[in-house]
Design a protein around this ligand. Structure first.
Ligand code: ATP
Ligand code: MG
Length: 407
């Protein structure tokens, strides 16, 4: 878009947010819409938003008059990552007047990313508009052909589609349109506690639960005071990324080093990892009870490392009553890495941090821990007291999650 074309756009900027309607019926649907609207409202309040309306099965975000193109598209991109959003289109609202609609189409098409071809797709939600959809397509298409002689009109799979939607008192026009992450709005599926290391997998596991609508609370077991608090900073940065799209509400840091040390001092080395994990699960379950969360989430993927065999997973599950979700259990590492990259947590997760799991690591961890052996080793520990102490020592971090650490 040339500078003068952009400067001369006299239309109000809007962002249309579409969601999937599959499985949304009756009461369910209105709760879904309200939740999504509330979430979006909270997450984009750094942008010049005037208001958000629910219109005809979609949300329409109205931006302040004069909002520049880049800012509007940044806002639209931000919305793409919010759970429950199936598609986002950014464009303009204009009056129901063909002359103005032609201008708005030009402004909209100028925002599509490098198209070589386009088509117009008009729709009337209100049939009181004198021109039908086909006629609109032709008339607006010819305005665009004149303004963009370098682009070709193409009906099948064009690079850009200029959407024109005639509603009751206005017309919405857009060409910038992208698929969102889908799923359900956070807040529509209860609460979970996700065990968050500073590694690659667990942030992805948490995110998957958030995309299914769960309110996620992280818990990180740090090696403090036996190690530095580097892993805590990394988890804070990871949480900040997840918080941008509302996928994490808060996280807890539990200083775990002293307890690990005690386990390492008295238990058979091969069992250490599973023993640490069992203690973490107990503490996470207690925390979940305190905040009325219904399940735990981990980032395990079957067979990925020694501690993630069926036997060891069974041994960790055995100490808790609540459901334990492992959204990555059947995922391949490379796919998890791709997802972490798209999510923006990969680079943070790839940094080295001595967390509690690198501390007191045995040389040959047991891959098939027997519950009886674990229970025998645990008999030496005042587990009930530990769980209570650890839970009490959990430090909660809310928004803005990372600021707290970096200031
Ligand atoms: P990740 O990439 O998530 O660190 P991993 O491949 O390193 O996982 P493990 O070290 O076996 O695998 O950890 C398995 C799961 O246990 C993690 O995904 C996480 O949910 C939980 N977990 C491990 N260490 C911690 C920790 N220090 N604090 C909280 N949760 C942890
Ligand atoms: Mg790890």
């Amino acid at each position: 878009m040339t500078a003068d074309r952009e400067a001369s756009v006299p239309f109000q900027r809007i962002i249309l947010v579409h969601y999937h309607e599959i499985g949304l019926k009756g009461h369910n649907r209105s709760a879904f819409e309200k939740q999504l609207q509330k979430n979006i409202q909270e997450l984009i309040n750094d942008y010049p938003v005037v208001t958000i309306h629910r219109i005809a099965g979609r949300l329409v975000v109205f931006l302040r008059e004069g909002t520049e193109s880049q800012k509007a598209l940044d806002c639209a991109s931000h919305i793409l990552g919010i759970p429950g959003v199936a598609r986002v289109s950014a464009g303009f609202k204009c009056e129901r007047d063909m002359e103005l609609m032609g201008q708005a189409c030009c402004a909209a098409l100028a925002e599509a990313e490098g198209p070589k071809s386009f088509k117009v797709q008009a729709r009337r939600n209100h049939t009181d508009f004198p021109i039908n959809s086909m006629e609109m397509n032709v008339a607006l298409g010819s305005v665009l052909c004149e303004a963009f002689p370098e682009l070709k009109v193409q009906m099948k799979d064009p690079d850009a589609t200029v959407g024109v939607e005639v509603v009751q008192n206005a017309v919405y026009i857009y060409a910038w349109s992208k698929r969102g992450i889908g799923g359900l709005p956070v807040g529509s599926s209860g609460k979970v506690v996700a065990l968050l290391s500073s590694g690659i997998d667990s942030p992805v596991a948490l995110w998957r639960m958030a995309r299914r609508g769960a309110r996620c609370f992280g818990v990180h077991f740090s090696g403090r005071p036996q190690t530095s608090d580097v892993s805590e900073y990394l988890v804070a940065d990871i949480a900040e990324v997840l918080a941008k799209t509302g996928c994490i509400e808060a996280f807890y840091v539990v200083p775990f080093g002293d307890y690990q040390r005690q386990i390492a001092l008295s238990a058979p080395p091969a069992l250490r990892i599973v023993l640490y994990r069992r203690l973490m699960m107990r503490v996470a379950e207690r925390l979940a009870e305190r905040i009325h969360a219904g399940a735990l989430v981990t980032g395990e993927s079957l067979g990925q490392v020694a501690s993630q065999t069926l036997d060891n997973i069974r041994a960790t599950d055995a100490v808790v009553d609540c459901p334990v979700f492992r959204p990555l259990i059947g995922s391949d590492k490379l796919d998890i890495i791709d997802e972490a990259q798209r999510l923006g947590t990969f680079d943070l997760s790839s940094q080295d941090a001595p967390d509690c799991c690198t501390l007191f690591m045995p040389r040959q961890p047991e891959t098939h821990a027997k519950i009886a052996d674990l229970e025998a080793a645990e008999a030496a520990f005042p587990l009930e007291e530990w769980v209570e102490e650890l839970c009490d020592s959990a430090e909660r971090h809310d928004h803005h999650i990372a600021d707290h650490f970096h200031n």
